[in-house]
Ligand binder design. Sequence first.
Ligand code: HSE
Length: 311
Amino acid sequence: MMNAEITARAPATLSNLGPGFDSLGAALTGWEDEVRILLTPAPPYSVEYDVDGVWSGTVEPNENTASLAAMEVGKVLGYTGGARITIKKGIRAGSGLGSSAASAVAGAVAMNAALGCRLSTQELIVPSLIGESAASGVNHGDNVLPCLLGGVVVLESGDPMHHAHVVVGNRLHIAVIFPDIQVFTMQARGVLPEFVSMTDTTAWASRLGLLINAFNQGDIEQIGRLIMSDRIVEPRRATLLEPYQNIKNRALLNGAMGCALSGSGPSMFAICDNESVAQTVCAGMKETCERDGISGTVQVVEINLKGAYIV
Ligand code: HSE
């Protein structure tokens, strides 16, 4: 049974969280992409942007990830018609907050609902990843999985079908800044080394393990320390954001427990133990970023346990 127009929304996500490159991500409250799908009797799948979306102007229609994910759902379900897809961008492209993943996930969820909800949430992972990989050039699931499933998710890098929710034993207040420059994932992966040493790999694995344990324990101080413990990816990417070190220093000075890049940047996030500190940290990060010549948008958010949903 086919439905008329269906609307789905999917949240912004933090990914990597320090030592969890391609294997750890968290869904956030605060920003969402929305995708509306109206089935049409025959192909193609057409795409337009809703001008009411604050960031709808940041993506070209042919660069969208929602239609690819929707088409993949259609293919799996043997659907031979077309669709009119409208995307309302609430998450800026190239922000490091999982913008392409959110559109892909919302596209997959909306299409599945339009076709009668015949795929389970788990079965929407692959179509969403296919949509997202068009933007990043690789199949990394650390934005797609938390976006779809909600919460904090750890996954096997390279095989995101093996994943688990991470229990978060405390309420986290997360100060986020997205500086007004775009860094695209493909570009930010280009600065990474092809090989890393045994010593670095061992340290990295142990830090990720300790970070998961700190989440479970709700140990905000240790979460903060460990998100700053990556010595392989983040130091190289920091060079793509000039105010990186100043923003981080200011966040720590203002009481954050830790501060790191979100995904491939340029967004940064800081873990705080209460709302009032998080507000102060946001204000300081914004002021510092702007003093270094780049405007920035800030918001205090929390972990979003719901993930993507039908409106
Ligand atoms: N794990 C991915 C990366 C996330 O760091 O390249 C991209 O937002």
